[in-house]
Write a protein that binds this ligand. Sequence first.
Ligand SMILES: Nc1ncnc2c1ncn2[C@@H]1O[C@H](COP(=O)(O)OP(=O)(O)OP(=O)(O)O)[C@@H](O)[C@H]1O
Ligand SMILES: [Mg+2]
Length: 258
Amino acid sequence: MKAPPARHAPPLDRPGATDDATLAVESLTVRFQGLAAISEVSLAMQRHEIFGLIGPNGAGKTTLVNCLTGFQKPTEGRVLVGDADASAWSPPEFRRHGIARTFQAGRLFAEMSVLDNVEVTGVGLGQSRRAAQADARELLDWIGLGDKAGAPASALAYTDQRRLGIARAMMLSPAFVLLDEPAAGMSDSECEDLMEIVAAIPKAFVCGVLLIEHNMRVVMGICDRIHVLDGGRTLAEDVPAAIQRHEEVMAAYLGMEA
Ligand SMILES: Nc1ncnc2c1ncn2[C@@H]1O[C@H](COP(=O)(O)OP(=O)(O)OP(=O)(O)O)[C@@H](O)[C@H]1O
Ligand SMILES: [Mg+2]
């Protein structure tokens, strides 16, 4: 793998984007017609870490990511970007404050080239085409798609589409990037290759990573801290070695694919 590019951290006048800023939720509750998808969850992640979010299917992981990116409003509790109360922010407001995410379905521009898919993000942020293209090329080289820059995005294999989604998210020079099952559907070796890239993000970009991933071996190997949800509630939050010894966590995972 190529050395990751030395990227500029987001400008410090962005509210919440200082090096020690946190992305947090406080006593977060989300109800859908009476069903509590999230119940009184609190967590705070920092820009130097990979923060794992795990839990069985339906635990509330994606709902939490939606709250942290403006796609879902809390029923109760708060979302905090640095010191700012972001509970009512729209998705573009989260992006402007340096919070990026990827989507499971990709949301790529299928007819556009791989390079253009990344470049448009930079142009959308106000970069010149030349600067956006240079950054986009650097990111594509880093993520292993440099030789496919001219191909239409629709021609990419599934795993490469997932990489392209991450490259596009990193084009925002985010303070935090939220990855919801980025390796879903990948083989073990494809997953390991991708996780090598994900592992490099905090140092290379001064960017915190929230990682949702079902493969426990991968999660335990890559995360600095892990938050465990079950039925919308926090079951545990700790370093991987402690999570692995946690009886309730292990019980919640019995019968799950790992
Ligand atoms: N828009 C919605 N309307 C109603 N219920 C929803 C909505 N979104 C999620 N839910 C419910 O909220 C709960 C949490 O769902 P969520 O998708 O956050 O779980 P998850 O941990 O991401 O699961 P998975 O591992 O399957 O991706 C589930 O019971 C789900 O059916
Ligand atoms: Mg989910």
